[in-house]
Design a protein around this ligand. Structure first.
Ligand SMILES: NC(=O)c1ccc[n+]([C@@H]2O[C@H](COP(=O)([O-])OP(=O)(O)OC[C@H]3O[C@@H](n4cnc5c(N)ncnc54)[C@H](O)[C@@H]3O)[C@@H](O)[C@H]2O)c1
Length: 247
């Protein structure tokens, strides 16, 4: 059986590093793509010290050329790619009335244009091969407007959910599926770094299940959606939010 190959963006830390590790444990070869190349290299080396089953690739997700280069690098090394996890994202909280045009563009570029470029570059490659899986990491903020993340971030993640449907429809007949996962607040470093402890207690108290989400479980959902058998899951948004948002 062919060993499946996945590219995970933003894999140097947080959810991306967890997704990379879980795919690796599931038997995938994993390319860890990130701006923070040294940190991505460290995570890759912890998974595969000799680089045979995991390695780091430089990628700024705001650049289409970078996506093209990353795809070429991984395909040259392992012959093929089966799945892309568009995970990289970033935000800085700014009150909505104070967001500047520059800040808006920057957050849209990292969180939304990245999904456009990833789906365009890998989507075309997968369509030419007749198979492929793309999973976009969106956010609860993109569904309910968010609370602690900023309007530009929420708008970008809402856009990611819409792009997921557009690409899913466009690529379906070519054997390519595109889905999104929409997590609520996860028990990850960025949440503890950006939300003061007393405020975090209130956030947790407001989550129906009474706990932050588990990144490993989100990674398991990504693995499920990336499987070769997952052809009938397409254009969906998989909510993992502890009951904060139900529909
Ligand atoms: N942490 C949560 O609770 C949560 C909830 C919902 C959605 N998400 C989403 O999950 C994803 C990962 O979040 P996280 O908590 O791990 O964040 P994080 O900030 O801990 O990690 C983000 C990673 O993306 C990388 N990155 C940032 N800008 C990049 C760029 N331009 N090009 C390439 N890489 C870049 C960073 O270097 C870092 O490794 C994001 O899309 C985020 O919006 C997170």
């Amino acid at each position: 059986m062919t060993t499946r190959v996945v590219v995970v963006t933003g894999a140097a830390r947080g959810l991306g590093a967890t997704i990379a590790a879980k795919f690796h444990a599931a038997g995938y070869r994993v390319a860890l793509a990130d701006l923070a190349l040294d940190a991505a290299r460290e995570v890759a080396a912890s998974l595969s010290p000799d680089g045979s089953t995991a390695f780091a690739v430089p990628l700024d997700v705001t650049s289409k050329v970078d996506f093209e280069c990353a795809l070429q690098t991984v395909a040259a090394r392992w012959g093929q790619v089966h799945a892309l996890i568009n995970n990289a994202g970033a935000s800085k909280v700014v009150p909505v009335m104070e967001i500047t045009g520059e800040q808006f563009d920057q957050v849209i570029n990292v969180n939304l244009k990245s999904a456009l470029f990833g789906c365009q570059v890998f989507g075309q490659y997968f369509a030419d091969r007749g198979e492929g899986r793309i999973v976009n990491i969106a956010s609860l903020a993109g569904q309910n407007g968010g609370s602690a993340t900023g309007a530009h971030y929420a708008a970008a993640k809402g856009g990611t959910l819409t792009l997921t449907k557009v690409f899913a429809r466009d690529l379906a007949a070519k054997g390519v599926t595109v889905n999104a996962i929409s997590p609520g607040p996860l028990d990850l470093p960025i949440v503890h770094e950006s939300v003061p402890a007393d405020k975090l207690d209130k956030v947790i108290a407001g989550i129906p299940v009474g706990r932050l989400g588990n990144a490993e479980y989100v990674a398991d959902v990504a693995i499920l959606l990336a499987s070769g058998q997952a052809y009938f899951a397409n254009g969906a948004c998989w909510d993992v939010n502890g009951g904060l948002y139900m529909r």
